[in-house]
Write a protein that binds this ligand. Structure first.
Ligand code: GTP
Ligand code: SPV
Ligand code: MN
Length: 592
């Protein structure tokens, strides 16, 4: 394997600090996967599942305090605090390196340091970025193999002087008080220590492909977003692609793998899954926005996944999958809340102790077999609907951008912005109820602009400015929409069936993009005229439909106040256009 001097020098420096027993350069071969898997089983990092029923599948359990991203321990480390902005934790680089160095020193004693070269995006594409992750976790290596294009060919593509993101990870002692997820955009480096949970440690994903990439994207004039990408093919062969940003655990994986509902079957749509979590979008010379998914796998939410909600995911995770924090059944298969099968009479719960249905914790709350943020790591190519454009260097052309949140009230099922600037305002003022994907209070509504609150690596005010700037550069602007699958009735029941039925809404979105359907103007944007939604085979009562599309001026007035508070924290750095949009919305809400 080629070991370029500039890479070797950095590896040596990091090894001198972490003091591993040995260093192993990963080549990405099949033989290597087998060896490392066997070793992970020996170390207890992986449990082999029933290979007849779940070929190539393994189970991993994390420490109980290490089950989700820890946003309060995640930092953007820039010379000036203003470059990280008010929505990020900030530390000056020198202090960050000093603090982390104390934890990294000697952290790999008795372990191997793996050198993992990976490419985000097709190897060699001008769209792609290379990273090298040093880690003492076999679990991380095996996950990175699934999630990225990993191995020797990446070093070949890097070349002797190539730029790459220096990613350093050590589990250290998995102590939450000695856990730090540090980003150094000025050095193109990431240091993560003290965790073994996906988003904290698979450094190609949120750390590189979002936090570091957003900084590069601003500089190089493209977009790095927390978005799924899917294609909708009509029987005449036309495929239109949409990109959609929903906060963590708010439906990206589900929408990306959508199966047309029974009632729309006769229309013959075919769905293509390009990506479920991250999109990198660039302008081409045709003035069009093109998107790639920089990943090669899914790191998806397990609970609630079944053949009714997401049959494609069920097929995807039936082989070659690493399950994290689910329940283990006696026959060596797995189970979770929301699985197709009824609860097993007994199982080993996600924490490794016996579990039986109906168990309660000390506080009387039901004890779940599976952690609410349990995940599967599965190859994208396992997905029956995976896009045939995965290796296409330019990706796919984007017709519509969709923002969405989890809001029990306020936001209609779908509405469309008046123009790009208003669309940026929709994204910038998104809010959503918190989920189990990050450590913290569940259910609380927080502002999560463009679903990027935890992932924007620079000042969010500048990020909004960048979105506005991109709009001026794209000559064929995608239309921008907002959706909310999660509106509830007075009893807290979802008003909209969701999942596959969401295609009905996507249909309207695409109809709008082609200029084929009229919208109904409201103060917040265009909503569908009910007659323009194809509801064949779906029975949603008229009063539920009315509630789904209701725009309450009073509720929106209250929302405006909250938006003002959110905008205020950016001071004069917030683009004036955002306040202009705010005033326009305010005026529309007051007009009769
Ligand atoms: P990350 O991987 O954390 O970025 O999340 P994601 O956006 O990919 O989330 P995912 O698709 O895994 O959705 C997670 C949760 O949303 C699960 O509890 C799903 O059951 C629920 N969900 C997804 N789509 C819908 C929908 O259309 N309606 C309703 N009611 N729930 C949905
Ligand atoms: C998310 O939390 O948005 C995820 C899972 O997609 S993680 O990779 O852990 O960030
Ligand atoms: Mn995500």
């Amino acid at each position: 394997m080629i070991k370029y001097a500039h890479v070797q020098e950095w590896v040596d420096q990091m090894a001198a600090m972490c003091q591993p027993d040995d260093i192993y350069w990963c080549d990405g071969s099949e033989d290597e996967r087998k060896r490392m898997t066997a070793q992970a089983v020996k170390l207890g990092e992986l449990i082999e599942l029933n290979q007849e029923k779940l070929p190539g599948c393994f189970l991993h359990r994390t420490a109980a305090n290490d089950v989700a991203r820890t946003e309060h321990l995640t930092y953007i480390c820039t010379t000036f605090q203003g470059d990280a902005g008010p929505t990020n934790n900030w530390m000056p680089p020198r202090e960050a390196y000093r603090k982390a160095r104390e934890i990294f020193t000697g952290s790999m004693k008795g372990r191997t340091m793996y050198v993992v070269p990976f490419s985000m995006g097709p190897i060699g594409s001008p769209f792609s970025k290379i990273g090298i992750e040093l880690t003492d976790s076999v679990y991380v290596v095996l996950n990175m193999r699934i999630m990225t294009r990993m191995g020797e060919q990446v070093l070949d593509a890097l070349g002797p002087n190539g730029e790459y993101t220096k990613c350093l990870h050590s589990k250290a002692d998995l102590d939450i008080d000695r856990r730090l997820i540090l980003h150094f955009p000025e050095d193109n480096a990431i240091w993560s220590v003290g965790s073994g949970y996906g988003g904290n440690v698979l450094l190609g994903k949120k750390c590189l492909a979002l936090r570091i990439a957003t900084v590069q994207a601003q500089r190089e004039k493209w977009l790095a977003e927390h978005m799924l990408v899917l294609g909708i093919e009509e029987p005449n062969g036309r495929i239109q692609y949409v990109a959609a940003a929903f906060p963590s655990a708010c439906g990206k994986t589900n929408l990306a793998m959508l199966i047309p509902p029974q009632g729309l079957k006769q229309k013959g749509y075919r769905i293509w899954t390009v990506g479920d979590d991250i999109a990198w979008m660039r302008l081409d010379t045709d003035g069009q926005l093109w998107a790639i998914n920089p990943e090669m796998g899914f790191f998806g939410v397990v609970p609630g996944t079944n053949s009714k909600t997401n049959a494609n995911a069920m097929t995807t995770i039936a082989r070659g999958t690493i399950y994290t924090n689910v329940a283990l059944k006696g026959d060596g298969t797995v189970w979770w809340e929301g699985h197709d099968d009824p609860p097993p009479a007994e199982a080993i719960g996600w924490q490794g102790t016996p579990w039986t249905p109906g168990m309660v914790d000390k506080d009387g709350k039901p004890r779940l077999s599976t952690h609410a943020n349990a995940r599967f790591t599965a190859p994208l190519l396992n997905c029956p609907t995976h896009s045939f454009r995965m290796e296409q260097h330019h990706g796919v052309p984007i017709a519509a951008i969709i923002f969405g949140g989890r809001r029990a009230t306020l936001a209609p099922l779908v509405y469309e912005s008046f123009d790009w600037e208003h669309g940026v305002f929709l994204g910038a003022t998104m809010a959503s109820e918190r989920t189990a994907a990050q450590v913290g209070a569940l259910g609380e509504v927080r502002r999560d602009p463009m679903a990027m609150l935890p992932f924007c690596g620079y000042n969010m005010a500048d990020y909004f400015g960048h979105w506005l700037d991109m709009g001026r550069r794209v000559t064929r602007q995608p239309r921008i929409f907002h959706v909310n699958w999660f509106r509830t009735d007075e009893k807290g029941k979802f008003l909209w069936p969701g999942y596959g039925e969401n295609l009905r809404i996507i249909e309207w979105v695409l109809g709008r993009c082609r200029g084929e359907v009229e919208g109904v103007k409201t103060p917040i944007g265009f909503v569908p005229n009910p007659k323009d939604l194809d509801m064949t085979g779906l029975d949603v009562p008229a009063d539920a439909m009315a509630k789904l599309f209701a725009v309450s001026r009073d509720a929106w007035q209250a929302e405006l106040k909250d938006i003002a508070g959110f905008f205020d924290q950016f001071g004069t750095r917030l683009p004036a256009e955002m306040w202009r949009q705010y005033e326009l919305l305010s005026a529309r809400l007051q007009a009769k």
